[in-house]
Structures are given as C-alpha cells and as structure tokens.
Unconditional design. Structure first.
Length: 227
C-alpha cells in the first residue's frame, strides 16, 4: 500500500505557478480524485515504486537505488521522468494509481542534467546498459511526430476494477489532445492480458511487437489510438 498525505490543494501546472486541476471522466467511485503530481521527493518515490513494479527496465539501467534516483529526478522539470508528466489518483489521502506521459515535442526538448545529477556515480552504469540494450531501447523509445507516449500506468491491486484506470487514461487523453498530439501510444507486455483488454476497450490497436524473430512471438507490443 502506498500512502501519501492529502496534497490535493497543491497541484503544479508550471514551474512558478500553482493551481488545482480536476480531470473529467467516468469513475465508479466518486471518492477517488485525480490530480497533477507535485515536485516533491515523497511523490517521486511513489512514482518510482510504480515504475519499478511495471517496468524492470529501469532497475536494470539504474541498479538497486532506482527508487531514490528516480525520486530525486522526479522533482525537477525538463525531462521525461519529471513530475510535470504525471497524474495521480487519490482516495482518502492515499495515492492508489498513477499515469505518466508526454508529447513527442516535449520529449525532444527534454534535457538530461536532472537525471544525470540524480545518478551521481552511477552514470557510467547507465551508459553501459544503454549500449547493451540499444535495440530494445530503440523500439521502446521511438515516437513519431504528433505522438503522445504513455510511459507508465499503474493502479493498486486492491482498487482495480473500479474505474480508476479508465479515469487515469481519460486524464492522459485530455493532456494529449491539449498538446495537439494526433495519436496516443504505449507499450504493453504481450502476456499482460488484463491491460490489453482495457486498451482494446478504449479503441487501441496493436501496431508492432518486439523482438521480431521468425519463430518467437514478441513479448512487448506497441499499441496506438488516433485522437
């Protein structure tokens, strides 16, 4: 269980401006609130824990201190893992889900220093692992102009099936449309049937898979939806 203080009154929209944001969308339980993330280390740790649970890639790249590294970088703007790309779902002051994504244009403008600073002496490890995993990174990190990429999406197991995931996806679609993006994209494990059913219901279709081998089915799928 991930527990956080109720910070719904503090929602970061810009580096120097704070305002409250509410997202529209269907949800079975009105007691759940969606809000933008704040540039706080505690929230960065929660974000990193979610990522670590759904994408082992980050632990491979960053090592056993992955949560602390991402947690520190999360508090800074200007890169893919920033708080500015994340929406949390809360119930009774506890964060119970999150979604994070960005437009291709924002990704291209992102800078490396926040993550490099958080890495400290582990920057060399990241460079080595990036070279070893170059082909996988190419598939996972390739976006076309006009794409909006969902890099992380998770809902706590004890509150699944209550519309929270759909509401989070609605919030990210709102961000995608507001950014002028033309297509929503994400990567999902080929064997993650529950997630794939959800994406199917929302009009997403499989565009490609990785790896492409003659006798082996892909274990990661790229799914897309026109906006």
């Amino acid at each position: 269980m991930r527990v956080a203080r109720d910070r719904s009154a503090y929602v970061a929209k810009h580096d120097d401006e704070w305002e409250t944001t509410r997202y529209t969308g269907s949800m079975d339980r009105p007691s759940v609130t969606l809000r933008d993330a704040n540039p706080l280390y505690e929230e960065g740790v929660l974000f990193a824990q979610y990522l670590d649970g759904i994408a082992p890639f980050y632990r491979v790249m960053l090592g056993r201190r992955v949560v602390k590294i991402i947690g520190r970088a999360f508090t800074q703007p200007g890169h893919d893992l920033s708080y500015r790309n994340t929406v949390f779902a809360e119930r009774a002051g506890a964060i119970v889900g999150m979604i994070s994504g960005y437009a291709t244009e924002r990704h291209r403008r992102s800078v490396g220093p926040p993550l490099r600073e958080a890495l400290g002496g582990r920057a060399l490890r990241m460079r080595i692992m990036a070279r070893l995993m170059a082909r996988q990174q190419w598939f996972l990190g390739t976006y076309a102009d006009g794409d909006f990429y969902i890099q992380g999406f998770a809902v706590d197991e004890n509150v699944r099936g209550q519309g929270i995931g759909s509401a989070l996806l609605d919030a990210m679609e709102q961000r995608a449309r507001a950014s002028g993006s033309k297509r929503l994209i994400l990567n999902v494990g080929a064997k993650n049937e529950r997630a794939r059913r959800l994406y199917d219901r929302r009009g997403m279709t499989v565009e490609a898979g990785w790896p492409k081998l003659p006798c082996t089915p892909p274990f990661v799928l790229r799914m897309t939806k026109p906006l």
